[in-house]
Design a protein around this ligand. Structure first.
Ligand code: MEV
Length: 422
């Protein structure tokens, strides 16, 4: 079982191992302590939960799985994924296995720049007001940076300003964007504190009044890109790639398909976001807004064939995630998941998450353009149905297998089979 020396995330039959053995593998891979091991196994204590949200009555558990086979910028990575949806972890692992034949995923990201919006109304001469703001840029940035000395000392802080004049049914308004490098934080707190502090000075400079002052989740200056080459032979030949590209094309031209296609991407992305204690609503809103940036909602991924006929996939999206602050710094399991990922910056984590999004999307479109999606879903689905029919641990597999053989995966049939078995 020891994989310490070779340190690879590639392991076949991981799904066949008992849970204890899987944890052991992860523990060795990521050098987890005995305490981490305990944290993975036990439920969150209620005192911790009671500090996280209001009116707590308990914990709501989501399964935590590990996607294997990922190689990202040459590094072996095990991916913790928290999701209630069956097949997601298996699909990501399979996609990563195909991607690694041609070297795995290549990832890159911009600096972690977040946007804070300040809405200014009631201005008489809006063009002059916009110019005046830009003329006072140094002073404005200094006031913003005075709010977060720690961030500035870490190399982050308010870096730039943009002004936008927007038309609305009730007249023109001036929207100032404060661009803040938030380093390893998600950034909402830092940015919101800065934009609130800037309200009086912007009102004074423009002669107007400030209404909204809040971070934008369309973090389009905090972008991450992942690419991978999916091996032609492993995929079943060039005709399979043609089938894949036909399927993908629909997502690129049709919002009805693009919504489902991107949902598949978010299956993977959200699972890592949740496992690391990040804000999945922020990521969802940013991703979908970015997918509609040119006026029509479209796919977050792109695919084409390379000169050798292999399939190349690419994803680009905003990923406002942090590794310091927020729930991820309190939730003990999120802390262990970050250890498993062996990351030291938020950018590294964002890059891994983008690779998972691409893997998830590749796996879905590959299945959809060949055997269909139901085949992969059936095994776990049949087990769930058997469980719903009342089967116990020793009965679940027998009933599920029988239903799959018959091609009837239904609650009624599971109940009949259970009666027969007993
Ligand atoms: C299901 O959760 C996700 C898929 O519908 C994604 C897709 O259609 O690409 C399979």
């Amino acid at each position: 079982m020891s994989n310490k020396n070779m340190k690879t995330s590639q392991i076949s039959g991981f799904y066949k191992l008992p849970v204890e053995k899987r944890v052991e593998f992860v523990q060795t891979f990521a050098d987890l302590s005995a305490e981490d091991f305990k944290i993975l196994k036990k439920s969150l204590d209620i005192q911790t939960t009671d500090r996280m949200i209001e009116n707590v009555i308990g914990n709501f558990e989501i399964p935590l799985g590990i996607a294997v086979n990922f190689k990202i910028n040459g590094k072996e990575v095990l991916i913790p994924m928290a999701t209630e949806e069956s097949s997601v972890v298996a699909a990501a692992s399979n996609a990563a296995k195909i991607a690694r034949i041609q070297g795995g995923f290549s990832v890159k990201s911009t600096d972690p720049i977040m946007i804070g919006q300040i809405q200014i109304l009631g201005i008489e001469d809006i063009v002059t007001a916009a110019e005046n703001i830009m003329n006072e840029k140094d002073k404005i940035l200094a006031i913003a940076n005075a709010q977060d000395k720690i961030l500035v000392n870490l190399g982050g802080g308010a870096k730039d300003l943009e002004v936008r004049i927007l038309e609305s049914p009730t007249g023109k308004m001036l929207v100032t964007h404060l661009l803040v490098d938030v380093r390893d934080a998600m950034g909402a707190n830092a940015v919101n504190t800065m934009v609130e502090a800037l309200a009086p000075i912007l009102a004074e400079i423009t002669g107007g009044y400030v209404r909204l002052k809040i971070l934008s989740n369309l973090a389009d200056k905090r972008l991450v890109t992942a690419t991978a080459v999916f091996d032609k032979e492993k995929m079943g030949g060039e005709h399979i790639i043609d089938q894949f590209l036909e399927s993908y094309t629909l997502a690129s031209i049709d919002p009805y398909r693009a919504a489902t296609h991107n949902k598949g991407i978010m299956n993977g992305i959200d699972a890592v976001i949740i496992a690391t204690g990040n804000d999945f609503r922020a990521i969802e809103s940013g991703a979908h807004a970015y997918a509609a940036r040119d006026g029509q909602y479209t796919s977050l991924t792109r695919y084409w064939k390379d000169d050798d006929g292999n399939l190349v996939g690419e994803i680009e999206l905003p990923l406002a995630i942090g590794i310091v602050g927020g729930a991820g710094s309190i939730h003990p399991k999120a802390l262990v998941c970050k250890k498993i990922l062996q990351i030291s910056t938020a950018q590294e984590l964002a890059e891994i998450i983008a690779a998972v999004g691409l893997a998830q999307n590749f796996a879905a479109v590959y299945a959809l353009s060949t055997v269909g999606i139901q085949k992969g879903h059936m095994s776990l689905h049949a087990k769930n149905i058997a469980m719903m029919a009342g089967a116990n641990e020793s009965e679940i597999d027998t009933i599920a297998e029988q239903m799959i053989q018959e091609g009837i995966v239904k609650l009624d049939r599971a109940k009949e089979l259970l009666e027969q078995l007993r």
